[in-house]
Design a protein around this ligand. Structure first.
Ligand SMILES: Cc1cc2nc3c(=O)[nH]c(=O)nc-3n(C[C@H](O)[C@H](O)[C@H](O)COP(=O)(O)OP(=O)(O)OC[C@H]3O[C@@H](n4cnc5c(N)ncnc54)[C@H](O)[C@@H]3O)c2cc1C
Length: 311
């Protein structure tokens, strides 16, 4: 374990909880639904609910996660502004792909009855191939399933051809949160973002729906300009961001222009799960700590900066 990872593991839980509070809806399904309702009613922001949990190893625990997702679907009901996201390893991909497929199929079947879209998140590159195969196989049976592509991976352009051809797929396009080695992935952010822009063009050309998932305003504006230039219908894309990242102004600007904005809203059934998840995320990508501190500082600055006298 490196120094950064050790520091993250040693950070006291109350501190992790304090820093992470804006990024997690809470420790119950009710809290998550309330959050989603409030975001919709006050800001017309749509949401995707994500039950925190990944890398779960016991079948019994995985079945418990599946049952929780079925409860989530029942709680969402006909609220068309809420979708769900899940992690393949949370459904058992790393212990038995067939078991994982059955689990997600159960969720998709229930979600279909309410017209709820389900996104299979993308995890580390060890799971890219199996996740895309899983997505394709489920897509043969269910039209409410989509997945995620990461622009940092060299393989992604080929994956669009190999794994999505012939589908009108529902794709979230992001840079990818996992640091991947130089033999399989781009290493520089500007290149990764240019690649996202290029991949977006290809996905649209092929007729796929794209959730453009980034908080980088310059990149986002480039993507939206491309949509305009190519006359992409508004039903074929949306913008996605994470709960807690302060982007209210641009979110509202986009919503007002008629393009949907969806926030990714993680919730846990216990704070222990939430804290374990956040520590893992910070360890995978220590930049998160700087993001969190930067965002906190922005909020504080807005609060303490000298106000202009009102006229
Ligand atoms: C809706 C959504 C779903 C995602 N799903 C996946 C997935 O399935 N698989 C996957 O590998 N990755 C996923 N990601 C993460 C994504 O790949 C990036 O790691 C993340 O969005 C940061 O990249 P960026 O494009 O926002 O640009 P960056 O340059 O990394 O970020 C731009 C700015 O946004 C803010 N910011 C970005 N990320 C965070 C954060 N986590 N916390 C606080 N502030 C932040 C910071 O102010 C930063 O300076 C998802 C992202 C979103 C928005």
């Amino acid at each position: 374990m490196g120094i950064k990872e050790s520091m993250i593991q040693l950070t006291p839980s109350p501190l992790v909880r304090l820093f992470s509070a804006p990024y997690v809806a809470g420790n119950s399904l009710n809290a998550a639904i309330e959050k989603a309702d409030r975001l919709w009613q006050t800001q017309q922001l749509q949401t995707t609910l994500d039950l925190l949990g990944e890398g779960i190893k016991e079948r019994e625990d995985i079945t418990h996660e599946v049952d929780e997702y079925l409860r989530v679907i029942d709680a969402i009901g006909d609220k068309s502004y809420i979708t769900i996201s899940l992690k393949p390893t949370q459904m058992g991909l790393n212990i038995d792909p067939a078991f994982c497929r059955d689990n997600i199929a159960r969720i998709l079947k229930r979600a279909q009855t309410h017209n709820i879209q389900v996104t299979i998140d993308m995890e580390e590159s060890d799971y890219t191939e199996s996740t895309l195969v899983l997505h394709r196989s489920l897509r043969e049976e269910f039209d409410n399933v989509g997945t995620v592509l990461q622009s940092r991976l060299f393989r992604t352009e080929e994956d669009i051809h190999k794994h999505l051809d012939g589908l009108k797929a529902h794709i979230r396009l992001c840079i990818g949160i996992y640091n991947e080695p130089a033999n399989i992935a781009l290493q520089k952010k500007p290149e990764i973002k240019d690649n996202l822009f290029k991949l977006l063009g290809i996905l649209w050309e092929k007729g796929h729906f794209v959730g453009i998932a980034t908080h980088d305003e310059a990149l986002l504006r480039r993507c939206l300009a491309l949509a305009k230039e190519r006359n992409i219908p508004k039903e074929q894309y949306e913008v996605q961001m994470l709960l807690g990242v302060p982007r209210k102004a641009i979110q509202q600007e986009i919503v007002k222009s008629g393009i949907p904005v969806r926030l990714y809203v993680p919730y846990a059934t216990t704070w222990d799960h939430a804290l374990a998840y956040l520590r893992r995320r910070m360890a995978e990508n220590p930049n998160m700590i700087f993001y969190v501190l930067g965002n906190l500082w922005q909020r504080m600055w807005r609060w303490i900066r000298p106000k202009k006298p009102s006229l």
